[in-house]
Design a protein. Sequence first.
Lengths: 483, 592
Amino acid sequence: MLPFRFASPAIVNAFCVVVCVASLIATPTAARPQYGGTLRVSAHASIRSLDPGAAITDRSEAVLSARMRPLVFETLVEVDAAGGLRPVLAESWESDAAGARWRFRLRPGVTLHDGSPLEAWKIAAALRTTATAWTVSTDGEAVVVEPARPERDLAWALADPRHAIAVRRSAAELVGSGPFRIDRLESGRALLKAHDAYWAGRPFVDSVQVDFQRSPRVQLADFESGRADIVELQPSDVRRVTERGLRVAATRSIDLLVLVFESNRAEAASEPARRLFAGALDRSTIASVLLQGRAEPARSLLPSWLSGYSPELVASTVPRPTRTTVMALPAAQRTLTLRVDPADAVAHSIADRIAEDAREVGFTVTVQAPTGLAPRPDVRLVRAALASTSPDRSLLQLGAELGSRTLSAATPGPVLTAGASLDTVVRFERAVLGGFVVIPVVRMPELFGVGDAVDISEGEAVDPTGRWNFANLWIRSSTRARP
Amino acid sequence: MTLRTRLFALVGAVVALTDILVTATVASSARRAFAAVDDQRTAVLVTQVRREFVSEGEQVAQRLERVASSDEVVRLAADLGRSKTNAAAYVGAAAPLAASQGLDFLDLVSEQGTIISSAHAPARFGYRHPWLPPGATSMPESESVFLQRVEFPNDVALGVVATRSIPAGDGRILLVGGRRLDERFLKTLVLPAGTRVLLYRDVEPEITHRQLVDASGVVADVQPFEPLIARVRQTRQDARAQIAGSSDTESVAAVPLAGPDGAVRGVLLVASSGRELASLVNRIRWSGLLFGALGLVVGCGLSYIVAARVTRPVEELADAARAVAAGRWDVQVHADESSGEVGALARAFRTMTEQLADQRDRLVQAERVAAWRELARRLAHELKNPLFPLRITVDNLTRAKSLTPAEFDEVFEESVGTLTTGLANLNAVIGRFSDFARMPMPQIADLSPNDVAQRAVKLFHAQLASGERPPIHLTMDLDPSVGRIEADGEQLGRALTNLLVNAIDAMPQGGELTIRTRRANGGVRFEVSDTGQGLTEEERQRLFTPYYTTKQHGTGLGLAIVQSVVADHHGRIWVDSEPGRGTTFHIELNRT
């Protein structure tokens, strides 16, 4: 039997430091917790459903849904701030040596939002809907999961919010066991109420109100005026927020911005142009100036804290090309259209800078941020979220976010599967980056502004993995501004 | 061409020519007047546009000054002056500053020429400012406002630029900002109707339509302006030209806008539409046409009236002359009431017709007297011949009273016979005169000309067949295709009989008698020919005169009767004859 495992020792060390520092910043006064009040959160995206089984194609909706879903629906296990697994609905778990049969012993006394107890058969039924390839059964107070083929890290897969336990009462009603229950989910707002019988103790706030479709400017204005307690922040706003004495919560650098060449520019003959284009990027300036030091240059797909190896192991260093070198390329290869998500302002500014860097050495780059139909681009700037699980699964998830064919097209050699060894991951990533079809740019955190009325008993309002830790925070009524 | 037509054409030509001359003169004057006014208006406009351009520059300078003196910039400068490494914190500083003062572009530039923050090209931070000359180590400053090509992320524009230097510790920070010079500036200009201002922005090597804008945006058709723009770019001086567009011809004054180095960065084009002038000229032209048409109508009316007054008496005289020629001697001419030459002519004409009628009456009277004399002479002649034997016989009877009864009876019997014969001759003479006097009107019927000829010839068969006289050979040459005619068969037969009698009488020694029918001139022609001694010219001239005869015992009425019949049938008769060669009479009749 194997206990749960950590991603790597480096992760543990790094996150311990982050957690300690965050704890010192977050609880300087150790104020006494207060019950009651509504936590007001603003978000740029909007969600239509929190159903873990719902297929979401819009990235911003998927990200927001991943943040909100754990507040309502819990998984058996989850990745903690240090990068390890911690029990949630499962009290403990074990598997055979091959990882072919996993047994999760359930936490006793867990009640659903409708007051009914959460029993093994309900969890098994929920998992069968989200993981059709697995055989899920019950064994007394335990749930037994048998994957189609042995998976030694299946527990990490169950930490994925998509495998959250949602008990279906009717076609439209889902019941969870999380600290909050869904009270209202409308087009512009979601209202979550505290789950009084939550197994870890009732949340301090009575409710969480999430306002959708709030632009970054509006969010900042709401935040500064006290009309919102927690908002999404742009890197350029961090200085302004901190100057006003407001707090900033940051995740780890879990977002990777990466350039992906389209198939018409991915052929081997265009590799010199792609290499020169990669060399033109001034990642350091993007990270330090444009993203105000809140990001780090990325030369590999997986961060060292997740993979455990240096970027130099998988990516070669390309010197900045001269204008003469670039001008020697065929004119068609020097002209590129760079597409970026029009809803992602940060990505757009990064794309502008990439275009500027490329122009400086002789490329002609047009930034395209279409809201409708547009000509086919040559290269896309994609924001992809890194799952804080294992390197193989993170890389697979990254491939899914970049496009199912992107990584396979970039890597004619190695094939990556879940549970692959670290050596395979290294070879795969090296193959992906070797042809310069996929060019990492920067890795950046998600930033949140936390109002001065918000206090927390443990951790931060948003933990390093991006999870909203709203069950442990409370509102200081004395400091809340009147809207 | 009649006098009336000539007069009409003359009046029309005079009116049209006058109208064209007046229209052309007025249009030319209007053009000159408009050109003068247009020059003045364009000069005023150019002055106004220059003033607005200067004002735009002053506004840019003022706005940049307000940016330079703002708390944010002062704090930024102080901060950067203290620590030169934290410029990244101000990468987004330019945008709100530019927005607060309505500047389209603003760069915060370090003393070394590195962009700290750019409002219009935020991604350019860290790069050398594009206006920093190659090799230069510090950013140049300019106290005055100038025009400069400004690169935006997606386009290139012409900007009115100002610079300000801000102390920052031991060094300085340069603010470079301004506003686009584009259609927005042009929209602020208050222009009189019919004018517009265009701006050519010299931001690309070639002249393209994107570089030429007016208040409504990019001008699609830059081609007409290209020569003028090129001239101004080359000479760097004001220029003017007439530019024809698709719907208008504009008078365009071009004013060069120079950059700091004196090169032409832009060209202001003040265009004054020629549409008003074209409209005026058009109105003049239409007025000319309208008045010309009106003049033509009035002229035609007047010319008709005048021509009518002049030509009507002349035409009346002409009609009267034609009537007189047709034999109507009593025609009346009313034009003699007119005054002047036409009246005198009409009066002379009337006098002439009256005299002609009088002379005709006299002539008729004279002819009538002559006819009666001729008739009396013929009567005397005709009656004297039979009366002479009668008087001799009566004398013989008187002298015979002295004879014996037997001798008296013998003389008496002989005398009675002579008297009877003489009286019969008198009766015959009187009958012929009576027949000529009683010529009835023809009874028209449908008949065959050949039948008429054959009936007439049949009367002479017995005479020609007897052996009492030298033989006359008769030839009938009748054309069966002559068809039928409308005529009086009896009168026509009588006419042919008379001609046959004359022909037989003309050949006492015998000869050839021929009668022919032929189709001729749409009708029928009868020909009666003999081979007698023929006629002299004098005989031919008098042939149809009544009571004229060449025969010893003729009455001279035969051919007169023939002519009368032919005339009653609206035909014609003529004779061909030469002495010793025979004679041929021709009668030609219409079918109806």
